[in-house]
Design a protein around this ligand. Structure first.
Ligand SMILES: [Zn+2]
Length: 309
């Protein structure tokens, strides 16, 4: 009797294990922290667009489904993006995944990278990447494919009706309608802080030129400036003394010296202003190795991806 019961128990456990293995056995790729972090980041960054994620048995790849209510055809409102070799790709781009940069390079640091800490290898790498011969074949991020869907920005003709003009820091700026709200929040936060912080007040009164949407394609590849999605703005002060503001303009005068150009000699908005932008989902170009201190870009998912968890 005892053995019979034990045998029954063993069989029961075996059957249950087999069934659960069948159901829950997950492909190794699910172990990828990057994909898991990406899913979490997308859920937080774009709650209105996130639908679901899972494993597509047809493609044998993990996927994320995103929704955009601006899409007219109801059957196209939801689009599936696959995770392949650290890229996020719709079905039509799965074959040419190598044309895009992996999302692992999207890391956004907490501090401005200090050129004093750059290794010789890094300096060489940046020199090579920024040379005029190589610059044009720089691969776009696979996130641009997600952007195309989220902002319905596959062509210039398609995106232009979605570009609106807003008042931002006393300028009329053309941006995508989807970043109006965060930008107006930033405007409000900066004005509030300026009342008690003289440096921010000085920044607010500084004569500047602020620009946003600008459709720009780089020759025959798909590379586009992020201004083409209307999700970036440039804040350029009319005067910034002897300081430098943008790596490319610095390169014109100092050649490769721009790579290690001291942080203190670069113009930048007050730290509090940068933090305000970040709090509303914008990354600042001053924290890139290829620095662009006038540039802010709406990328709440990159901020999430880079937050240590
Ligand atoms: Zn810019």
């Amino acid at each position: 009797m005892f053995y019979k019961n034990l045998l029954k128990k063993i069989i029961f456990v075996l059957v249950i294990s087999f069934i659960s293995l069948k159901i829950f056995s997950v492909p190794i790729e699910f172990e990828s922290h990057l994909f898991k972090n990406f899913i979490t980041a997308m859920k937080i960054a774009y709650p209105k667009n996130f639908v679901t994620y899972g494993f597509d048995t047809g493609e044998q790849l993990w996927f994320i489904d995103l929704k955009n209510d601006d899409v007219k055809k109801s059957e196209d409102k939801i689009k599936r993006f696959f995770y392949k070799n650290e890229r996020i790709l719709p079905k039509e781009n799965l074959m040419d995944w190598k044309k895009y940069n992996p999302i692992s390079i999207e890391y956004y640091p907490e501090e401005i990278p200090n050129p004093d800490d750059f290794t010789d290898f890094k300096v060489l790498f940046l020199k090579d990447m920024s040379s005029s011969e190589n610059r044009d074949d720089y691969k776009p991020s696979s996130l641009t494919l997600v952007q195309n869907f989220l902002y319905q920005a596959y062509t210039q003709k398609q995106i232009e009706p979605q570009i609106i003009t807003i008042e931002f820091l006393d300028w009329k700026v053309r941006v995508h309608k989807k970043i109006k709200e965060p930008l107006l929040n930033i405007d409000k936060k900066i004005r509030e802080l300026a009342l008690k912080n003289s440096e921010v007040d000085k920044f607010l009164k500084l004569p500047t030129v602020i620009t946003g949407y600008n459709w720009r394609e780089v020759r025959d590849n798909e590379n586009r400036s992020s201004h083409s999605w209307g999700i970036s703005i440039d804040i350029v002060p009319k005067k910034y003394g002897s300081k430098q503001i943008y790596w490319k303009w610095t390169q014109d005068f100092y050649d490769d010296g721009w790579i290690t150009y001291p942080i203190k000699k670069r113009w930048m908005p007050p730290e509090e202003v940068i933090s305000i932008f970040e709090s509303e989902g914008f990354i600042w170009g001053g924290k890139w190795d290829i620095w662009d201190n006038m540039h802010f870009e709406y990328h709440p998912e990159i901020l999430q991806l880079s937050t240590p968890n």
